[in-house]
Ligand binder design. Structure first.
Ligand code: AMP
Length: 332
């Protein structure tokens, strides 16, 4: 029996290089080796209150971009989270045994208190229980995500184990974050600090659908400094971030060349950024072209979403039936 894999992405806009290298790249490889469920986390995205019009467009972006990146709906189950109401039901059960203290300690919740202080809703607090429901509903053991999600996976194990102990069962297996590389990936943004993230603004993100002109403009505006003054000096965060991005999209010898120049204090940021932008364009172009092609094919998208919902519900209904019986909801 193949191991089960679950992962999703919130439809809050277009996918960027962080989503690709942290998650989708692994989805594409894993689909041939595992029993995979990849979803579009539209329930999660409600924490930021998208308008109904925006929400549908964002869901379409992610669906199209999954397909354009090479996720094959014949090999794997691609679905929209809100098409599987069993996820929301399991979320409710898990919330009964998720404690305020542990939810408040989550790093992502603390971040959100800072970044959206005018909208600290209960959905944000219980984001980890919804994520646990996403994973446990299919009894997944592997979850391809970026480094930012590691703590949520730990909480998923806590909630699953707690349910198992409470109802004296082994219904939920433990799941672990997964990346084909040795370490989980964190793709930096272009704004000189932190990870690439939609919440840091469009200027910090390279989207998979960005045109060459847009990529050149964004990279040329990326934060740098006055340049190194001593040989082999450590790189400040903003510069290290650009090198980390180059490591992801450029050949190793290109990266070694610019690293050598930096260490000899001979690096011209203009040349470095030009090369980085051209390598990003080389990487993006085939995906961008597929995005343009697939987004026109509404009947194909409808068929993929419908087929995915059927397959995902079949698996989810089995788990919910077992959970309901364990909890004590029995028919007369
Ligand atoms: P989100 O946009 O928060 O729904 O994230 C979707 C997936 O992309 C998750 O697996 C994240 O770990 C991953 N991800 C998002 N941003 C980054 C980043 N900058 N570096 C690595 N992975 C990321």
């Amino acid at each position: 029996m193949k191991e089960t894999v679950v992962s999703g992405i919130r439809p809050t806009g277009k996918l960027h290089l962080g989503n690709y290298f942290g998650a989708v790249k692994n989805f594409v490889k894993m689909q041939y080796d595992y029993n995979c469920y990849f979803f579009i986390a539209d329930l999660h995205s409600l924490t930021t209150h998208p308008t109904p019009g925006d929400l549908h467009g964002y869901v379409k972006h992610v669906l199209v971009e999954y397909l354009a990146c090479g996720i094959n709906p014949e090999e794997t189950t691609i679905y929209i989270q809100s098409d599987v109401p069993e996820v929301a039901e399991l979320y409710l059960y898990l919330n009964m045994n998720a404690y305020m203290g542990e939810l408040e300690r989550s790093a992502s919740f603390k971040d959100k208190i800072r970044s959206q202080s005018d909208n600290v809703n209960a959905g944000l607090l219980t984001y980890p229980t919804l994520m646990a429901a996403d994973i446990l509903i299919h009894k997944a053991t592997k979850v391809p995500v970026g480094k930012d999600q590691e703590q949520h996976l730990e909480m998923t194990r806590t909630f699953g184990n707690r349910f198992n102990r409470m109802y004296k069962t082994d219904l939920f297996p433990e799941s672990y974050a997964f990346n084909y590389q040795e370490n989980l990936v964190k793709v930096p943004g272009l704004d000189g600090k932190g990870k690439m993230s939609k919440s840091s603004g469009d200027g910090s993100c390279i989207y998979l659908s960005d045109s060459p002109e847009v990529i050149r403009k964004k990279v040329s505006r990326a934060v740098t400094d006055a340049g190194p003054t001593e040989e082999n000096q450590p790189k400040p965060e903003a510069i290290q971030n650009l090198f980390d991005l180059m490591k992801i999209v450029s050949p190793a010898d290109t990266m070694a060349h610019f690293d050598g120049l930096y260490n000899k204090c001979e690096l011209r940021y203009g040349d470095f950024k030009k090369q980085l932008a051209e390598d990003m364009i080389l990487f993006n172009t085939p995906i961008r072209e597929k995005i343009e092609e697939i987004s026109k094919d509404t009947s194909y998208l409808r068929q993929v979403a419908k087929h995915g919902a059927l397959k995902a519900r079949e698996s989810a209904q089995k788990t919910i039936k077992e959970a309901r019986e364990l909890i004590g909801f029995k028919s007369f």
